[in-house]
Write a protein that binds this ligand. Structure first.
Ligand SMILES: [Zn+2]
Length: 167
């Protein structure tokens, strides 16, 4: 994805109040390898259950404020497949994230949830080199990775578009 600066990120949130957008704790943007990301997702260091995901929707940076479900009482992680990267290898660190819908719908308390990699490592997951069983040769491997990347972009963008949808 194209690199974003702090101002662009804070202005991108479609379901956050001005105050929430201003208070979000951002990651170290200089340390991010933007080229290997399909979306930027992170947990708020200072607000344990708050998280954010920003991606390009119709060419414009579009961000959603997410809230993580409370961790299970026994501290055990549930096994689940991430709805964005659909990675079948890393299934033990996937969390339910809930977004308030944008606009009037959100003000009425409507939310939408999705299961996503807890630390938002989807972009790394889809770029993992396919196994021999998955791909017989380098060309096939490349195609698989490209297909995974396209799938991740589509599914994550669809979720953000759904948050935006006002009806
Ligand atoms: Zn994922």
């Amino acid at each position: 994805m194209n690199p974003l600066n702090e101002k662009q990120i804070r202005a991108s949130f479609v379901n956050a109040s001005k105050r929430e957008a201003a208070q979000a704790t951002l990651p170290d943007l200089d340390a991010i390898d933007w080229e290997s990301l399909d979306y930027l997702g992170w947990r708020d260091r200072k607000a344990p259950l708050a998280a954010y995901a920003v991606l390009e929707l119709d060419g414009a940076p579009t961000g959603v404020l997410l809230r993580a479900g409370d961790p299970s009482p026994d501290g055990r992680r549930r096994k689940a497949v991430c709805a964005w990267c659909e990675d079948v290898v890393v299934t033990d660190d996937v969390s339910l994230y809930v977004a308030r819908r944008g606009g009037a719908s959100g003000k009425r308390g409507n939310t939408i949830g999705t299961l996503v990699c807890t630390q938002f490592v989807c972009s790394a997951n889809v770029r993992r080199t396919p196994t021999r069983t998955e791909a017989g040769n380098a060309t096939a491997a490349e195609e698989i990775v490209e297909r995974r990347i396209a799938g991740l972009r589509e599914r994550s963008a669809r979720f953000v578009a759904e948050v935006l949808r006002t009806r």
